[in-house]
Design a protein around this ligand. Structure first.
Ligand SMILES: Nc1ncnc2c1ncn2[C@@H]1O[C@H](COP(=O)(O)OP(=O)(O)OP(=O)(O)O)[C@@H](O)[C@H]1O
Length: 769
């Protein structure tokens, strides 16, 4: 939906854009609004449009200005300017309303996009030609230009303002020309005139009081239903002819005319939306606003955090850092279920996560139950009415859970140590890391490897031989030898005795911890990684490190597997098609493991090992009675990753799920936090006129004249010469003021960042209390 209203004298353009998901074309809960207004003192320069719609990550601001003849530089052109600065020419003709988001074009929200405008707006957006944008980080950019009759969209609501005719006459000829164009566009628009808006933004149907004479006249004539019907027909004809000329497709006018009733339905919908909009604007900050899940979690973070902190305060054993310090090495492993243990390790939140307002929603309970631990997820979400905040608590039972204060030593002691010992004694041990990208899988497995290298040689006596093979599984078919510099292909063979062989893979005999550590290091350096949104060096393959320990007739095997991130399709929208394919294959092999474990637990005679390379390598771990298999599910406790965390925990607790059940509690309402900490530093663009005046006097800039509209935002937009002209400042003062404002802006932005970090850290302190 695009809503546009304009005031003449102070030309104001307003947009409201609702987003659509590009994947399934569903409307998504995301809405933003932008508004621009010219200053009355800037009669010669009309701000014609702007729109900017931010996102979870970034916000872009693009402004369109139409300058009068007085401004020789931009005479008669529309200039787009990105927030980073450099002005951009959009197109020389002022005849369209453009929308940059291709998906809107697909959806038909704005039909008349010209290729020039698309490319120029796309480049303003900095993502030229990339239509596979993720909806959470789209910066919508809409250029409004004086719309002409042929392009004004039937989905657009355009309304002239309440300028009086005397004011109209006092405007410069260039401005009047623009207004005329806008007026004609308005009159030829199929949009009913009842969408006129008063100065206060209220709809004033059939009211001529607040509009110029010309508009009132036109409005009266257009409210005649017959004429309106004719106008609608004309508009459709124009639209059809424009489209056929612009995209080469011929479109029949008859078809267009037959769409009149459809147009009436659309208009009806627009009216309803406008009414809803009015209601929503009255509802205010406490009212309904459609937000996607992650944005809502961050937006209402204070209230959610207060509730979680309250829960933790009454359950002081949560996240208490005890992490089974008091237990002996094998005690945790004795909790196994059919030789399988599932563990959870929660990583600490990073500063950058606190900085963006994220908070901890995962609580670890590793003290209250004697034979299992609980990982508690506080799922913060909004009621569908988007007013009520809710938290749903889900308890995931696992063999043992370790909170963010857990050390690598502790993980080794309770998780890996007993398995290394089992392998050294001739058993089959497997440790598999599972979890979303950036949750700490590689971090945890590295800690385990470091300690294994030392521990293994301490357990073994000199007569044992240790052989290492290190392969990487890419996709469903490929298996590469990481110990060979050429990454040669490896074949996985199933032997008749049930064992699995990595044929062609380099098998390196190592006799010292140093040799083993070197082999692991060089293999890991060859592993495929890539920078993702979440992790600068994200692993894009499963890394399988296999140690074979031969002691006389016995052969123990220790397999350490670092799986690639279990990304969901949603996140795969951030990647190209190759990465999406990879993600699908990664998820398929993890699904295959799950199936094998399920089949094993139900003692099925047919376990589908062959469905993936990973399950083929793990075959012995599933079949042999002396096999020990441990899964470590890594989770990041931050609120924005709640859904990933839930998925990871569901997957791993389902592995032993038949024994202990996941407990879902009923969602409870959240009471808004009484005190919300806010950032106090203010950047100049947010200053009121009073604040601006006090800044001027503090800096001894006394000889400037501020008009009533000159607040921080207005003055920040002025160049040195504009300050000179509009504020009647001398050259030195103008330059001084210009520079001081920018310095102050940098200082305040930095202070804001620091304050945000401090508040986030304080929250972190409260949360872990
Ligand atoms: N428990 C932890 N304590 C401190 N830092 C951690 C912890 N877990 C992870 N990290 C840090 O988080 C970042 C991402 O971790 P890591 O690379 O292990 O993620 P990953 O799950 O292996 O990601 P991917 O699947 O993309 O490879 C690293 O910088 C790592 O040092």
């Amino acid at each position: 939906m695009v809503k546009l209203s304009a005031k003449f004298r102070n030309l104001r353009i307003q947009f409201k854009i609702k987003s659509f998901s590009s994947s399934n074309r569903q409307e998504i809960d995301w809405e933003e609004e932008a508004e621009m207004q010219t200053s009355p003192t800037q009669k010669d320069e009309l701000l014609l449009g702007s729109a900017v719609l931010g996102s979870r990550h970034s916000e872009k601001r693009v402004e369109s200005r139409l300058c009068s003849e007085d401004n020789k530089e931009n005479n008669g052109s529309v200039t787009g300017q990105s927030c980073k600065g450099s002005p951009k020419m959009v197109s020389p003709k002022c005849s369209e309303v453009l929308h940059t988001d291709n998906r809107h074009k697909k959806l038909g929200a704005i039909d008349n996009l010209s290729p020039t405008s698309l490319s120029s707006t796309a480049s303003a957006r900095g993502r030229k030609g990339n239509d596979s944008m993720k909806y959470s980080s789209i910066a919508h950019t809409t250029f409004a230009r004086v719309p002409s009759a042929k392009t004004i969209s039937d989905r657009m609501i355009f309304t002239p303002s309440s300028a009086s005719s005397s004011e109209y006459k006092s405007l410069s000829p260039a401005t009047q020309q623009i207004i005329k164009e806008v007026d004609s566009a308005y009159m030829s628009s199929p949009i009913p005139t009842s969408y006129l808006r008063s100065k206060e933004g209220k709809r004033t149907p059939n009211s001529s009081k607040q509009v110029p004479e010309a508009y009132a006249k036109n409005k009266r004539s257009s409210t005649n239903p017959k004429q309106l019907h004719e106008k609608e027909k004309e508009a459709l004809e124009r639209k059809a002819s424009y489209q056929s000329s612009s995209d080469g497709r011929s479109r029949s006018l008859v078809t267009a005319a037959s769409g009149v009733s459809a147009l009436a339905v659309k208009r009806e919908k627009q009216q309803r939306q406008a009414r809803n909009q009015d209601v929503q604007s009255k509802v205010g900050v406490n009212g309904r606003q459609n937000l996607d899940k992650r944005t809502a979690r961050l937006r209402y973070g204070d209230a959610f955090q207060a509730d979680i902190a309250g829960f933790r305060a009454t359950n002081s054993h949560l996240n208490n850092g005890s992490n089974h310090i008091d237990k002996v090495s094998n005690e945790i492993q004795d909790r196994h279920c059919n030789g399988i243990c599932v563990f959870v390790r929660k990583r600490p939140l990073f500063d950058y996560e606190f900085d963006r307002g994220d908070y901890d929603v995962v609580s670890i309970d590793n003290t209250t139950h004697s034979d299992f631990d609980e990982c508690i997820v506080h799922n913060c979400h909004m009621h569908p009415d988007m007013k009520q905040m809710l938290i749903k608590i889900t308890r995931f039972p696992v063999t043992a859970a370790f909170d963010e204060r857990c050390s690598d030593d502790s993980i080794y002691k309770h998780v890996a140590g007993p398995l290394v010992k089992n392998a050294a004694e001739g058993g089959i041990s497997t440790i598999l890391m599972y979890g979303q990208t950036g949750c700490g899988k590689s971090h945890t497995i590295s800690g385990i490897e470091e300690r294994t290298v030392i521990d293994l040689f301490q357990i073994l006596d000199g007569s044992s031989t240790v052989t290492i093979q290190f392969v990487e599984l890419c996709g469903s078919k490929e298996c590469k030898d990481l110990l060979s510099p050429s990454l040669s292909a490896v074949k996985i063979r199933d032997n008749v005795d049930g064992s699995v062989e990595l044929s062609n893979a380099t098998a390196l005999d190592v006799s010292t911890p140093e040799d083993l550590a070197d082999a692991i290091r060089s293999a890991k350096s060859r592993r495929a990684t890539e920078a993702t949104d979440k992790n600068g060096v994200s692993s894009r393959s499963h890394a399988v490190c296999q140690l074979q320990i031969q002691f006389q007739e016995r052969k123990g095997i220790l397999t350490l597997i670092d799986c690639a991130g279990s990304e969901r399709r949603h996140d795969s929208m951030y990647h190209d098609s190759q990465r999406q394919k990879e993600s699908a294959e990664i998820n398929a092999s993890l699904w295959a493991i799950k199936e094998c474990i399920r089949a094993r637990a139900s003692q099925s005679s047919r376990i589908q090992y062959r469905s993936s390379n990973l399950t083929r390598i793990l075959r012995e771990s599933f079949e042999r009675d002396d096999a020990k298999l441990s899964f470590i599910g890594c989770v990041a406790g931050n609120a924005s990753d709640t859904d990933h965390t839930t998925e990871t925990l569901k997957t791993i607790s389902a592995i032993v799920g038949s024994e202990i059940e996941i407990k879902d509690e009923k969602a409870h309402p959240v009471v808004k936090a009484a005190v919300q900490k806010k950032v106090t530093a203010k950047v100049p663009k947010h200053w009121s006129q009073e604040e601006l005046k006090s800044f001027l006097s503090k800096n001894n800039i006394d000889n400037v004249q501020l008009a009533s509209t000159h607040n921080g935002a207005a003055v920040m937009k002025l160049s040195v010469s504009q300050i000179k002209a509009q504020l009647k400042a001398d050259a030195d003062d103008a330059e001084k003021l210009f520079n001081l404002l920018r310095t102050e802006n940098d200082r305040a932005s930095k202070a804001q960042r620091q304050e945000r970090m401090r508040i986030a850290k304080e929250r972190k302190g409260n949360m872990t209390m």
